[in-house]
Structure formats: structure tokens, C-alpha cells
Design a protein. Sequence first.
Length: 267
Amino acid sequence: MNHDIPTPSGTKDVISSHSVFGAPCWVSLTSRDVKATEEFYGAVLGWQWRPAKLGDRFRIALADGSPVAGIAGVATMWQMAVAWTPYFAVRSADDAVARVQERMGTVAVGPISLPPGRAALLADRDGATFGIWEGDLFTDWETWRNAQPAFITLHTRDAFDAAIFYGEVLDWASESPGCCEVHYEGGEVVLRSRGDVVARIESGALEAAPDPTIRPHWQVHFSVDDVEACTRAAELHGGSVLSKGSDEAVLRDHDGAQFTVTARPGR
């Protein structure tokens, strides 16, 4: 969730979760140490930082002055896993949570009130963690959407089964005007919102694998200018490189959270 979504009074370009329901609307990292996290992602992704309204353990990451992610240094205090989590816009947090429970998913937190909206942290029936947000998104949200992250990918046991689960929870491919479109392309499920690819679902993850990178999970991709420079910076600042190609690398930060850097289109 955005730990710092401003009240929209007096602002412009405020978009509600009701108008982009079903689409990813934010990404958040649960970490152990805010300062160490700032140093790592500042070096690897060039982010700047500002405080969040929720307190000293929270930060907002900025790229070129625009908010791109939230950081919550509460993993130890709240006994939560260190991980990146995508949040999806919903029209009703209560309805989404009820649908998750009806379909054998898990409710970890919420819904809780975080004015000007409500949020919940959930897991699908294969254990992949995700969040939902009901309410106003921050001003100039479209800039975030077009800048970073590039997209998110669900690595799961069965892409088709997962698409049914998320479709029913998040109103994908429903008859509602403005809903996200679902397409099956080359063995993947591709999610589009307003014509843009915003998420992919891939089969092949192993539900009981001892390695968390193989178990079902949502992977957050950040678009960057130089993948090689990001991998070098990650290793220099206590992270590691899990895999690397010519235009993409899967990295692990100093705290163990996994994410992907992807070359911007045209590079």
C-alpha cells in the first residue's frame, strides 16, 4: 500500500481505485532496517527518499521526484517476511477479502483503515502474497504507472487456475466497464488495463519447494537504464544476483527480498 497517500482535497489528477479496479496500483517492501534499505535501493535503483505519514519506520521511494514504492521497516516487529508485495485496486476491500476466503485463500491483515482508503494483505490458495487497496490513489498516479514498476509477474503452480482465482477476486474479465482484460498468450496469462500490460501469470512454480524463489510468488519488476550497473551495485551493497540475462536480472537485496530489474524499452 502507499504509506503516504495524500487526502485529495485541493489536488488534481486524483484517481480512485474504483476507476482502475483489478489493476496493480502500488508496490511495498517489508524490511527489517529502514536505513540499510534506503542505502541499498538508493545505490541500486537511484531512488531518493522522503518520510511517510505513518511514522519513522516508513518511507516513500522517489524516482525523478515521483513516488514509486513504499518501504515499511516492520518485518521484525510484526513478524512478517521480508518481501516485495504488489497491491491491486479494488472497489470494495470487504468484498475482495470475502472472495479470497470463499476461494480458500488467506487473510493475513485487514481490511484496515488507512485514510483515505482501506487495505488488506492476503495470500492466494497457492501461498503467493498480495495486497488490495480501496480508495483514492496518489496525485499523478498515472506517472507511477508509466514509470516504475514495469510490471509484475506471478510465478505459480497453474497459471490458468490462478487466473480464475484472481479474476473472481479482482473482477478481471467481468462485464463491468473498465475491468482488466485477460489474454492467454504463449502459455502465459497476460493482464491488460486500459490497453497496457500490467501483469503476467506463469505456470511452473512448485508449491512445496524448499527454495522460496521456486514457490508461488509475485515478482516485482523495476525498469532501469542499465541492468549491468544495477547488478554490480547490488553485489557491492550486500545483495546478490540470482540470474542475469542481456536485458533482465533477478536480484536479492541485502535483507533477502527478491526483485527484478528490466531494461527500459528501446535499450
